[in-house]
Design a protein around this ligand. Structure first.
Ligand code: SF4
Length: 346
């Protein structure tokens, strides 16, 4: 799903556009928060409060005010351009400050929003949809949408099937805390052609790691993960690594030995990786493709493009598409079927 690009509504020759441009400017300033420079903050603050006290009947006063608005808007746009490719959560449109650059894959980019969809497996009815920024992580949406779905009367979710993007430890914990089990394939680990972490046997109880050469280390040092949480770094003995015949396949460090990082979710991920070789779990994971068909259906109903600005209205679009999809599905399931030859009129 994608949205439109940068647009400017303001036309300096038409004073009637002033009222329509102010909400855009206000939205853009609000979304930018404290990331604006002092100069742009000063230039825009006169347009954020109540209606300015100028003589609106005087064309010259109106024109001067319009000129200031144009200058402020241009400064905002210029700042947005300067920040291009730099800020992580960069605003990419002044007319829709909530849309973001996103990626469908490493090579496929889009501008707009992400849509989360949850369906019931047997009926294939849509239970919930959510709209998030294009740059949001896939897994982050699982628990909030599950929570939303759990508020529907009669709905109890025991298992949630997700794709590999939902398989991280944080997402698993968040779903478990809502009383459901997340079943998602753990992606294979790569290490730029060197032995990946999965080639090591990590014994969390004994706090040891054993490498492909059969060397076991108990040198477990405290470290931090990418979110600053405590983790463990296993360090193999430098003197053994230095003369190891497998060194070329293990580390590119000239003098240091091989290390293996173990995060807070290691036990959970190890268990999930082990479980996914079970034929029953493999069969369960194959059933997840049904939701992909539903996403295709929603795209056919217009959800390949955000028709409106902002998450709130785009969610409304998604809810309408999901409602149509559900009615069509209920028709397929025969819910609306009547007995042959029966008609009613009133
Ligand atoms: S380089 Fe070190 S960690 Fe790697 S296989 Fe050899 S002994 Fe094991």
């Amino acid at each position: 799903m994608s949205g439109g690009g940068l647009s400017q509504k303001y036309c300096p020759d038409d004073g009637r556009q002033l009222g329509g441009s102010l909400p855009n400017l206000r939205q853009a300033v609000k979304a930018a928060g404290d990331r604006l420079t002092e100069t742009t903050t000063d230039a825009t603050k006169g347009f954020l409060g109540p209606k300015p006290d100028i003589d609106w009947q005087d064309p010259a006063a109106r024109k001067a005010h319009l000129g200031e608005l144009v200058a402020a808007a241009r400064m905002l746009v210029a700042e947005a351009k300067i920040r291009q490719g730099v800020a992580k959560d960069r605003i990419i449109s002044t007319s829709d400050p909530e849309m973001r650059h996103g990626r469908k894959s490493a090579s496929r980019k889009f501008d707009g929003y992400k849509m989360d969809v949850m369906t019931e497996e047997h009926t294939e009815l849509v239970l919930g949809v959510e709209i998030r920024s294009g740059n949001a992580g896939d897994g982050e949406g699982a628990a909030p949408l599950l929570e939303q779905v759990q508020t529907i009367e009669g709905i109890e979710v025991e298992q949630l099937l997700g794709d590999m993007a939902y398989s991280d430890g944080d997402t698993r914990v968040a779903v478990e805390e809502l009383g459901a089990e997340l079943v998602a394939k753990v992606p294979p680990v790569s290490n730029r052609g060197l032995f990946p972490k999965t080639d090591f046997v990590i014994d969390l109880e004994a706090t040891t790691a054993t490498c492909p050469a059969g060397v076991t280390t108990a040198d477990a040092r405290p470290a931090k993960d990418h979110k600053g949480r405590p983790s463990t770094m296993f360090v193999f003995p430098a003197e053994i690594c230095a003369s190891c015949p497998l060194r070329e396949c293990c580390t590119k460090a000239k003098h240091a030995s091989r290390t293996v990082a173990v995060g807070v979710h290691e036990a959970r991920i190890q268990a999930a990786r082990l479980a996914q070789s079970d034929p029953a779990i493999k069969a369960l994971l194959r059933r997840r493709s049904k939701v992909e068909r539903k996403i295709d259906h929603l795209q056919d109903l217009g959800m390949d493009e955000a028709r409106y600005r902002g998450k709130r209205k785009t969610k409304l679009q998604a809810l309408l598409a999901a409602t149509v999809a559900n009615f069509q599905r209920l028709h397929v399931l025969g819910v609306f079927a009547t007995a042959p030859g029966m008609a009613q009129a009133a």
